[in-house]
Design a protein around this ligand. Structure first.
Ligand SMILES: [Zn+2]
Length: 349
């Protein structure tokens, strides 16, 4: 490990603990538990976080853990995201990258699997990821073109790669433990998709959440279930994390889990109140602006409100509560979904 890396590690430890060190004084202090886009963020000894550039490249966040004999990467990212962090890992260790853990099936988390595989790594995921891929990656499984085929039209990195579903699968949990590091991959329930899993480091109390928890206006709800998501976040909170590494947005403390959960609780509260007031589907659709105002006024969750995707989130909650969609002519909802999906390079099918 080079000096620069050791120093970064000290800075990160100081930042995470709220302490200062002699080294930390030479640089302006980052706010506690923050991270910066495209910067290697040492979270603990041998444990790294990397905040992906979602705005310009659609990249997800990554993590990696350097075990005694190998490296485990958290999330495969898009192929270009994998290629972005590969040299950053190589600058830290010559150890083989053996596993790439897909927190879920979305392209920005799993389409880079082949890049890692070319390095000798095997993609690992909860069994639900394969079930989701069979649902949406129909082209790969011999059916009509699916999300991969749609995405490759817009992303040259995807067009130049191949879809590689994970081949090491776990139905509930899978542990990596070499006595020094322990990483528990856990399926805690339905959340952002039906196949989410998290990476929990009990010794350091660090949780890599995938998109089951984000830190900013990045909630894409079409493939999951908001009501169950709230319960799954309860299970995540019970782990007792001190540091939360979300699927998108900056690294944070345990409060990120609570804020994410509160956003969904408030969203359901708002839609529920309109239903109790016997508002029609059209009236609820027309209330999206009002709901937005209510959510933005709450400091804890204002950062989760996205002008692009709130209508789709409201419709999702409405559908979960009633079994019905918004009126067919409420096209704004669909175009908002499409816009937001494009931002994540997700194709709606
Ligand atoms: Zn996702």
């Amino acid at each position: 490990m080079c000096n620069v890396t050791r120093r970064n590690l000290l800075l990160a430890a100081a930042s995470a603990s709220g302490l200062t060190t002699a080294g930390a004084r030479t640089q302006p202090r980052k706010p506690a538990a923050a991270s910066e886009v495209n910067q290697v963020d040492p979270v603990a000894a041998g444990v790294y976080f990397h905040q992906g550039d979602i705005e310009n490249a659609g990249h997800c966040n990554n993590g990696w853990i350097i075990f005694k004999d190998y490296v485990l990467v958290i999330d495969a990212n898009f192929p270009s995201g994998a290629q972005n962090i590969l040299p950053k890992i190589r600058a830290l260790t010559p150890k083989p990258i053996r596993f790439a853990f897909d927190t879920h099936h979305h392209g920005d988390h799993a389409y880079g699997n082949a890049v890692w595989n070319d390095q000798g790594a095997t993609p690992v995921a909860h069994t639900g990821v394969i079930e989701e891929m069979k649902r949406y990656e129909t082209g790969h499984y011999g059916g009509k073109p699916g999300r991969w085929e749609d995405t490759r039209k817009e992303r040259p990195d995807v067009a130049a790669s191949r879809l590689l579903p994970p081949s090491v699968l776990f139905p509930h949990e899978l542990y990596f433990d070499d006595g020094e590091h322990r990483v528990e991959l856990l399926h805690l329930g339905v959340a952002h998709t039906h196949g989410d899993a998290v990476a929990w480091l009990p010794k350091e109390r660090i949780l890599f959440t995938g998109d089951a928890c984000v830190n900013g206006p990045y909630n894409f709800v079409a493939d999951g279930n908001v009501e169950q998501w709230i319960g799954t976040l309860d299970a995540a909170k019970k782990l007792g994390a001190k540091i939360v590494c979300p699927g998108h947005g900056a690294r944070g403390a345990d409060t990120v889990l609570a804020d994410q959960q509160f956003f969904f609780q408030q969203l359901r509260e708002q839609v529920g109140a309109l239903l109790r007031a016997r508002k029609s589907p059209r009236e609820i659709y027309q209330s999206v602006g009002q709901i937005r105002g209510e959510l933005v006024s709450q400091a804890k969750i204002a950062r989760y409100v996205s002008a692009d995707s709130l209508a789709a989130q409201v419709e999702k909650v409405y559908t979960e509560m009633t079994g019905h969609a918004f009126p067919a002519d409420a096209k704004a909802s669909k175009s908002a979904r499409l816009l937001h999906a494009r931002a994540h390079a997700l194709q709606l099918v």
